[in-house]
Design a protein around this ligand. Structure first.
Ligand code: ASP
Length: 305
């Protein structure tokens, strides 16, 4: 059974396989093909808010000919309110469907779910832990837009501490040679030590670059993130960090011609809309790559191709 819980579980060959498959799926979508999962059902269990992840997973499943059952505010509307454990919920839902996509507010929830599930569990984010399918679509975005996955300078900007997409992205990038990470983060939201250690152990260069303009001038990819308001202990702590690094016309001017700006979205002020029309602003295209990549991921765990 093929769970996808952590980006750490993926080696380079598997990542490249997903990217090839996503390319296939993108072609299939254009040709209005891409079925194969008829009679399969996916459950989307979301205990935290989501727009892109849930809807792109559901779109992916529907495009593949499968069907979806979904609970979008499981924290309020599932039996969790009555005190049911996540494990019990998963035991039950696994008996209804062929694959479970789970987003949960606790780090480690996806692994707990996988340990009791009789069908594949795909993590759609576990608290401030990881978001492996986002990282796969992020790598697909880089492959599509920059044309390579090695010898890259990637500026990680914003909330590197609580930003789960960053953690998974670092794990995936660590599989490729010649990666240089520039960490442009407020001192209270640095890259977690274990994530940094993982990257260093895989030969990645990890540097602190507190000046966004300097980072922008060097980067092939700027990966901007939202300050994760919901993870801070107090509003004051959040306010102290918010608005520190904003990508605007001045930052854009410092960027290389062929570099791109990515963001897992939603944005909350850290990229000004005035730059959206610049071809280097890749974040909306990135959100669209979620469908072919999630088609590849769902197909892989259900029919292993
Ligand atoms: N949508 C992404 C996530 O779920 C990023 C964010 O919320 O800031 O982690």
């Amino acid at each position: 059974m093929k769970h996808l819980i952590s980006a750490k579980q993926l080696q380079k060959a598997e990542i490249l396989h997903y990217i090839d498959e996503a390319r296939e799926m993108e072609g299939a979508l254009q040709r209005r093909e891409g079925r194969g999962l008829e009679r399969k059902i996916m459950a989307a269990l979301f205990f935290e808010p989501s727009t892109r992840t849930r809807l792109s997973f559901e779109t992916a499943m529907l495009r593949l000919g499968g069907q979806v059952i979904s609970t979008e505010s499981a924290r309020e509307f599932s039996s969790a309110v009555k005190g049911e454990t996540l494990e019990d919920t998963i035991r039950v839902v696994a008996g209804y469907v062929d694959v479970i996509v789970l987003r949960h507010h606790e780090i480690g929830a996806a692994a707990r779910a996988a340990s009791v599930s009789t069908v594949p569990v795909l993590s759609a984010g576990d608290g401030a832990g990881e978001h492996p399918t986002q990282a796969l679509l992020d790598l697909y975005t880089i492959a599509r837009e920059v044309g390579r996955l090695d010898d890259l300078t990637v500026a990680l900007v914003g909330d590197l501490l609580y930003g789960r997409t960053v953690h998974s992205l670092v794990y995936l990038l660590s599989q490729f040679p010649g990666i240089r990470l520039l960490c442009t983060a407020p001192s209270s939201t640095p890259l977690p030590e274990d994530v940094r250690e993982f990257a260093l152990a895989h030969g990645v260069s990890v540097e602190f670059e507190g000046n966004l303009q300097h980072a922008a001038a060097q980067a092939d990819v700027i990966y901007q993130t939202r300050i994760q308001k919901e993870r801070f202990a107090s509003l004051a702590d959040y306010e102290a960090v918010k608005g520190h690094y904003v990508i605007d016309e001045e930052v854009l001017k410092r960027m290389q011609k062929r570099a791109i700006i990515m963001h897992p979205l939603p944005r909350a002020g850290e990229i000004v809309p005035a730059i959206d029309s610049d071809p280097r602003a890749a974040y909306f295209r990135q959100s669209h790559y979620g469908v072919p990549m999630r088609m590849a991921i769902v197909r892989d765990c259900l029919i292993g191709e």
